[in-house]
Each structure stands twice: as structure tokens, then as C-alpha cells.
Design a protein around this ligand. Structure first.
Ligand SMILES: [Zn+2]
Length: 300
């Protein structure tokens, strides 16, 4: 199952990165915002920049000024960083009249959905803001991380950002641990290429890759069989009241709760309670057995 695989990769990664860099909270809300915008670009090197530079800047680290922050980010001369930070600062200017404090204290899911639109196609930055500014247990997924997880058979190429993230979120669902773990992953990404490849090669040899059916080692196989199973309620879900609930009132209450939950929570939060996904890695023999069982209706 992919959780086990993520767990093995993560454990091995934590061995490689014995002391992940930790975000310096002494730099307050502005530090968190800078960190959330810079880490997707510079990896954990961003923390060194922030630590070295913020102390010397005439910045009020709790409130800051948007032009100062934008100038600071512009001086890195990185087109992606400038593009994203302009979008975020424009958003703050328009929605919060340029008052950072209001942005930091606004209802976070409102910010998430509005920022997702502003940063369309740049989900890693949007989630990085949720993780570092709002301390939410979301795991931003970079392209490098996606490629590396696809290589390790954890995900497939056609999977969307939200699909990948919902599985990683399940795994890293505690804050602030989530920040520390994310930084460990970002630390590997920000290593010079040669060093990173060495780490990844060690990871690959250390991680067992076995058939979920019989336990046989299938690492040598170029293409093991992958079974994907998703269990979710149909859109036309109907309960028979008498089957599930003691009374009509109980039934209505439950339906009301379900409706409230789907209405108030963003998609990313819903998956855990409603959507279940399994992934099985199988050798050829177990694939044949699995298919014949499914076809024979033996799966429950
Ligand atoms: Zn097998």
C-alpha cells in the first residue's frame, strides 16, 4: 500500500537528514510569509537567507510593510519568486487594504479558496502559505517531489496535485511536525544535484519493494502490477432509513451533518472521512489471483 511505501521513504529520508532545518519562529509573521514564498523556490536555503537578512532589515517582523517585503523578494532576481509574490501581495492589498495583520487573522479557508484562484497552477506556493503562515497540516508538493515519488512507484504521472496531496496529508497530518517533515523533504530537494542523486540512490536501495499479496521482492521488475481501489459514496446515495437509522429524525440529522460537512470543508479535508483509496503492488501471480477473486465476487 502506498502509505507503507511513503512511510519507508520518509523514515529513510529522516535518517539521511538527521536534523532537518527548522523555521525560525523568532522572525514572526513576516518571517513566516517570506518563508512560505521562498522555500518553494530555494528549498531550505531560504531559511539561511531569512535568518541572515531579516535581522539587518528595518522591518517590523510582526507587521511589516508590503513594499519592503516585495523589495526584499525582488532583490533575489528570481522571475518565479517575483511573479508569485506580486500575485500574493496584490491579493493582500486588494482584499485586506494592504494590512498584513488582517490577512494573518482572516478565516483561513476563505483565504485558501481565494488564494487558490490567484495562484492557479502554483499550488505549492498556496499550500506553503497555509503550512507556514497558518500552521495547517498541509503538505505542499513540488514538481521535484512529484517526479521522485513517481519514480518510487508511490504515484503515477497522471495524478493531480490534489490527489497526491491528499495522500501525503494523511501521512503528515500533524502540525507543527508537518513543517519539520516538509523541510526535511525540501532539504533533499535543495541539495546540489550530484549530492541529491546520491541520497536518492541510497533511498532506493534501502527501501523494500515487495508484493502486497505474497511479500515477494518485486524491486527488480520494471513494471509490477498496480491495483488502485477507490471507495466513495455515489452522487445518488440513498439510505434505507430502517436499515441504517433508528428513526426518521436520526436519519435526517445524519444527512444534515453530512451536508454541513461537505459544504463547510474544502475538498482536501473531505477525503479522509469520505474518500478511501488503496493502492496495491502485485506480482504477476498475485495479480491473477486478485482478478479471479474479484470476478468471482470474493472480495468481501
Ligand atoms: Zn505476489
Amino acid at each position: 500500500m502506498s502509505y507503507n511505501l511513503i512511510k519507508s521513504i520518509h523514515e529513510q529520508l529522516m535518517r539521511e537528514i538527521s536534523s532537518p532545518r527548522v523555521f525560525p519562529y523568532s522572525y514572526g509573521t513576516c518571517g513566516s510569509l517570506l518563508c512560505s514564498l521562498m522555500i518553494p523556490v530555494f528549498g531550505t536555503q531560504a531559511l539561511t537567507y531569512i535568518q541572515n537578512d531579516l535581522g539587518q532589515m528595518e522591518l517590523n517582523v510582526d507587521e511589516g510593510s508590503i513594499p519592503d517585503l516585495q523589495n526584499y523578494l525582488d532583490h533575489f532576481n528570481d522571475p518565479l519568486l517575483s511573479e508569485v509574490s506580486s500575485a500574493v501581495f496584490n491579493f493582500i492589498n486588494e482584499e485586506y487594504l494592504g494590512i498584513l495583520k488582517n490577512f494573518f487573522h482572516e478565516e483561513v479557508w476563505h483565504i485558501d479558496s481565494a488564494l487558490s484562484t490567484v495562484l492557479e497552477g502554483k499550488e505549492e506556493f498556496c499550500d506553503s502559505i497555509l503550512l507556514f503562515v497558518y500552521s495547517l497540516p498541509v503538505f505542499p508538493v513540488s514538481n521535484t517531489m512529484r517526479e521522485f515519488l513517481v519514480d518510487f512507484h508511490v504515484f503515477e504521472n497522471d495524478e493531480t496535485y490534489v490527489e497526491i496531496q491528499s495522500i501525503l496529508n494523511e501521512f503528515f497530518n500533524e502540525t507543527p511536525k508537518c513543517q519539520r517533515h516538509y523541510l526535511a523533504w525540501k532539504q533533499v530537494e535543495s541539495l546540489p544535484q550530484e549530492k541529491r542523486e546520491e541520497v536518492l540512490a541510497r533511498l532506493e536501495s534501502a527501501i523494500p519493494f515487495t508484493c502486497d499479496g505474497c511479500g515477494k521482492d518485486i524491486k527488480g521488475l520494471k513494471a509490477p502490477y498496480i491495483g488502485r481501489i477507490e471507495i466513495y459514496p455515489s452522487r445518488n446515495l440513498r439510505f434505507k432509513e430502517e436499515d441504517e437509522f433508528a428513526s426518521k429524525e436520526e436519519f435526517e440529522e445524519e444527512m444534515g451533518n453530512l451536508y454541513e460537512m461537505t459544504r463547510s470543508k474544502p475538498e482536501k479535508e473531505l477525503t479522509k472521512e469520505i474518500w478511501t483509496e488503496y493502492r496495491l503492488f502485485l506480482c504477476a501471480d498475485c495479480r491473477a489471483t486478485f482478478i479471479s477473486r474479484i470476478e468471482g465476487g470474493e472480495f468481501i
